[in-house]
Design a protein around this ligand. Sequence first.
Ligand SMILES: Cc1ncc(COP(=O)(O)O)c(C=O)c1O
Length: 394
Amino acid sequence: MNARPTSESVPAEQVFDWLDAEAARRAEAGLTRKLRPRGASTAELDLAGNDYLGLARDKRVAGAAAAATLRWGTGSTGSRLVTGSTELHAELEHELARFCGVQAALVFSSGFLANVAAVTALSGAESAIVTDKYIHASLIEGCRLSRSDVAAVAHADPAAVGHALATRRKARALVVTDSVFSVDGDLAPLTELSAVSREHGAALLVDDAHGFGVLGEGGRGAVHAAGLSAEPDVVTTITLSKALGAQGGAVLGPRRVIRHLVETARSFIFDTGLAPASAAAAVAALGVLKTEPHLPAKVLASATRLADLLREEGFAVSAPRSAVISVRTPSASGAVGWAERCAEGGIRVGCFRPPSVPDGVSRLRLTVHAGLTESDVDTAVKVISEAAPPGATS
Ligand SMILES: Cc1ncc(COP(=O)(O)O)c(C=O)c1O
């Protein structure tokens, strides 16, 4: 009889054997993930990053980060409530709030942590949470930590949200959605979601990570474009790490929400404050956005051109509503090979497979940025078409 090994009988070098078994299973399913470090300068055309306005290497932004490092140091030296709040953080929060037309803002060391904070602090065991089923992983993480009743409902479906709110068992409720969904770049029906949330006495939390800097007047984001940023029952999260080309995240909303986060949100209280360089970079990037309000329109024009040309080639392309579009691929391994051949042809594209795609359909994910020329887009379409696996066109 084979005795089940006790923990003592497993040699130390075999303790992690199960990881190899899981890696083999992922490889079998075409789900291996690899890091591909990039050089500081490359001839590769970037259709994978999130530097939508091309500000990460803008001299005004990078210069502000460098100057802040020399003035304030490389790290913020502590959590925000201890030594990690500098005048730079206060300036950034003030500028963000003013730009977006909200009462107050609170800066975090990442957008991921801002989302975890907003969801957990605005819910709890006494709350119901109703989410779109395609929300970002960081919001899902918040829901898991919240101890709330969580219902993930049909994608972009205000009626489904209304039904879940009407049948909830908890008095308090929070509706959670992305504004721009990360995989296909499609938009949430924010006006309708706000109306249905209000009808049922629920707050609305919108993750505007991909909308901020790209959508709305001068890049003020999707929530601002929907006229919801100043509403008393709406809270927005953003990242500083995409259109602003910096690093970090923020929650924007009513003053009493921000106060509540400062006093209760664990991913704010127990995390070292954003580095001064990132805070200064974000302030500088906001300054650029204010002086060059035409930048977001360039992003949307490139997305439209890229999507139109790829569709003409016969690919199944998502509608260009933001900086993100996706192209469906026949399989997960087909997607990986396609992305690798694009890289060999000089185009870096994203490759999204389960579990990053909730519907199980793998995709090439393409992002555009304000610096792309029409000829860059033409080159990208040629390389992507030539690299396509069999079955990628309809
Ligand atoms: C929709 C969405 N929300 C939140 C985040 C997290 O932001 P950050 O990268 O700043 O942690 C991301 C970025 O990956 C995102 O795509």
